[in-house]
Ligand binder design. Structure first.
Ligand SMILES: C[S@@+](CC[C@H](N)C(=O)[O-])C[C@H]1O[C@@H](n2cnc3c(N)ncnc32)[C@H](O)[C@@H]1O
Length: 216
């Protein structure tokens, strides 16, 4: 159960469910997308919005004996953190998720360096609109506005991600991208950062293809 009665919070949408439905298919009694559950120590849901992805994973942890990971959920918007905490309580999860208000990793504590086996970011992935300027920009625009190319926020995240990944164990980074951006350039830039990307699912929605990607 998720409430999103906040003006600036992204409601769970097709991209959100592209991620959650994939996770539902890939979560077994013992494994998450091929990784043994007991090997997953820390999971990051970056840009958590309503908290829906973090809450889905936390509920899975409560149901599975050998899934003991800590979930960290973060967002640049304080309002999102309030909304996600409210949804955590609505789902009767007793303060299990750790919430951090942060612009990407800027406000993360030192002890989360090298910590994460799984990172999820459903980022703002559309190119900026010429209709939006500093005078009329709203907080909700942070949900979709990925800068000039549409993937500036994503690349800023990926540039820093290695500092927070647990590179000694198997890791995956999941993110959504859109065919409304130049995916050839995006994938080339991801390769230049030393990552190997794979498309694991996609969905056609109105005027675009939403693509679920996995790095790892
Ligand atoms: C497309 S919404 C996804 C929300 C939620 N994860 C979902 O899938 O429904 C993108 C989210 O990223 C957050 N965001 C945008 N820029 C960010 C940044 N620089 N650092 C952290 N979060 C950011 C937005 O506030 C928004 O909640």
């Amino acid at each position: 159960m998720i409430e999103y009665d906040f003006e600036n919070i992204y409601p769970p949408s097709e991209d959100t469910y592209l991620i959650i439905d994939y996770f539902k298919r890939k979560l077994s009694k013992t494994h998450f997308d091929g990784i043994n559950l007991s090997k997953i120590k820390n999971v990051l849901d970056l840009g958590t919005g309503t908290g829906i992805i973090a809450i889905f994973l936390q509920l899975a942890i409560l149901q599975k004996i050998n899934f003991i990971a800590n979930i960290v959920a973060s967002d640049i918007l304080g309002e999102a953190i309030i909304c996600a905490k409210k949804n955590e309580a609505l789902n009767k999860i007793q303060k299990k998720i750790r919430f951090i208000r942060s612009d990407i990793f800027n406000s993360f504590p030192e002890n989360l360096r090298n910590a994460f086996n799984i990172m999820i970011f459903n980022p703002p992935y559309l190119p900026s609109s010429h209709l939006i300027n500093n005078d009329n920009r709203k907080n909700i625009d942070l949900s979709w506005d990925g800068g000039f190319t549409g993937f500036e926020v994503l690349l800023n995240f990926l540039k820093k991600a290695k500092d927070y990944l647990n590179l000694e164990n198997q890791y995956y980074i999941y993110f959504v991208s859109s065919s409304r951006t130049n995916l050839t350039i995006l994938y080339k830039q991801i390769e230049n950062l030393g990552f190997k990307n794979e498309i694991v699912d996609r969905k056609h929605v109105f005027f675009e293809d939403l693509v679920l990607n996995r790095i790892g």
